[in-house]
Design a protein around this ligand. Structure first.
Ligand code: GDP
Length: 293
């Protein structure tokens, strides 16, 4: 995960770490390398600029201080910046005082939305909750069947009753209430690109069921482009948080490092593989430490 970025930052900071005195040239070189590393990882330019401005400030401070480890201070500043752009505190799901907690999943096709619905349901089940899955993707042929199969594997029932997504979603939430389920996860249709029809549909579903959470599923492999997608969804849907998928692949890191800062919404969960268990809460501090190696 983020190997290239991690390797490049390590190269830039490795030299600084060992220095007992920093010169302006050391700092300039390191900042230039950090910039290249972040841009190559497909981090949004705006985010790169803020990170660098703050690291530079810390470096100037480190040069002026009598510290015996000025390089370490710069490394710490980079860590703190990564942590900040990744979101600081981890996201916490708060359950509705009157169940069920309603969760809507939205996103483009192929990002791993249906898989994420089943993974989130399994995670809830393992936390002692009683989830219900609702297959409201009536666009993609086989999407309902796919969720049924995944639901069966997770041990979570899947409902999909109705001829249109709004009816299916409404029925699903009502069914969860009737069955006394405490969490209901609604999978919606995705499309290959953002279009008006997709946005209208997901907005209508959202308005019909008024979910507690609207999670946008974002493919980490797509980099900055997925941040633009997230912005577009957020404008129409006011998303609560992001589920970042395919973090097990050779994602460069751009999406993870930009989405929070650009869209202003946290990353709630990370999907890290094809198995249903490959799903975890997103911990910004662990991710920042991992990137810095
Ligand atoms: P949807 O169209 O957004 O509902 O996407 P799907 O849930 O059908 O997933 C599309 C493909 O991505 C499937 O082959 C999944 O197995 C795969 N996939 C989903 N999440 C992950 C992940 O975190 N890592 C990897 N490697 N593959 C994933």
């Amino acid at each position: 995960m983020f190997e290239t970025l991690s390797g490049r930052l390590d190269g830039a900071l490795g030299r600084l770490r060992r220095k007992s005195r920093l010169t302006q040239r050391d700092v300039d070189e390191a900042l230039a390398e950090i910039r290249v590393a972040l841009l190559e990882a497909d981090v949004a330019v705006r985010v790169v600029d803020t990170i660098l401005a703050r690291v530079e400030e810390a470096a100037v401070g480190a040069m002026a201080s009598a510290s015996l480890t000025p390089g370490q201070q710069v490394v710490k500043a980079v860590h703190d910046e990564l942590l900040r752009v990744l979101g600081g505190e981890p996201f916490r799901l708060r359950y509705a005082s009157t169940p069920p907690t309603v969760i809507l999943l939205a996103g483009l096709q192929g990002v791993g939305k249906t898989t994420a619905a089943a993974k989130l349901a399994l995670a809830q089940l393992r936390e002692g909750r009683s989830p219900l899955l609702v297959a409201a993707d009536l666009q993609r042929p086989g999407a309902i069947e796919q969720l049924r199969i995944l639901g069966e594997r997770a041990g979570v029932a899947v409902v999909s009753d109705g001829d249109d997504p709004v009816t299916v979603a409404r029925h699903g939430v009502a069914e969860a209430r009737r069955l006394g389920r405490d969490v209901v996860i609604v999978d919606t249709a995705g499309r290959l690109a953002i279009d008006e029809a997709l946005m209208r549909e997901v907005q209508m579903v959202s308005e019909a069921i008024d979910p507690h959470y609207r999670f946008l599923v974002v493919d980490a492999m797509v980099g900055q482009e997925s941040v633009r997608v997230a912005q577009a969804f957020d404008e129409r849907l006011s998303i609560s948080a992001v589920i970042l998928t395919k973090l097990d692949g050779d994602a460069r890191g751009g999406a993870a490092l930009s989405v929070r800062e650009v869209v202003g919404k946290p990353i709630a969960f990370a999907s890290v593989g094809e198995k249903l268990e490959d799903f975890e809460p997103f911990y910004p501090d662990r991710m920042a430490s991992r990137i810095l190696g």
